[in-house]
Design a protein around this ligand. Sequence first.
Ligand SMILES: Nc1ncnc2c1ncn2[C@@H]1O[C@H](COP(=O)(O)OP(=O)(O)OP(=O)(O)O)[C@@H](O)[C@H]1O
Length: 213
Amino acid sequence: MFNKIESGLEIKQLSFKHSSQKEIFEFDFQVSSGELVAILGPSGIGKSTLLSLIAGFETPLSGTICYNGQDLSSFPPAERPITSLFQEHNLFAHLTAEDNIGLGINSGLRLSSLDRQTIGKALNDVGLSGFNKRLPSELSGGQRQRVALARCLVRQRPILLLDEPFSALDQALRKEMLKLVKNLHCEHRLLTLMVTHLSDDADEIADRVIQLS
Ligand SMILES: Nc1ncnc2c1ncn2[C@@H]1O[C@H](COP(=O)(O)OP(=O)(O)OP(=O)(O)O)[C@@H](O)[C@H]1O
């Protein structure tokens, strides 16, 4: 049993059921601010479901999700202190890298020159300086995920959720992206939860592994 924590994410006696299913999922754990935790478990165990609950895309049957002692239940997804990166479909095909990242600052793309500088810095942070005007179709798979990561950064949310973000990439590229995530996590002091089914990836960068069973 954990005591209530003041700094970090606390998932307490959370239960959930997809409306069309019988299975009930239960989660109970906590993650400290600044920790990078890997969520491991077999296919169908509920890893993505857990991230959807934390992000606010699904509503639990019972239990609480608190950040720094504050219950997030009443906050819609856009107002939660959370940014997410998924395996794919992170970018809009008709927008440049710069504008895709800019959506993280202003959804109507009303961007000041300071915002443009912030976007340039984020592109630099993910190793894509000068790629501002590229369309997603003009980028490799790894570069597209870097752009999506840059958008996560400009949102300046303290919690980063990663749902198998690099599983479509080959092993060498995946390792490179994991290193990048680790660096960004440290540099931006993000509480990071990374869902993966690969224990090697978890061992590579995680401070701790939570195994769902
Ligand atoms: N929207 C949904 N409606 C109904 N059932 C769902 C829905 N999303 C997921 N499920 C079911 O809930 C269970 C958990 O799914 P989830 O995607 O969370 O698992 P996972 O651990 O992330 O799996 P994987 O590693 O294959 O991505 C599965 O049995 C899945 O079929």
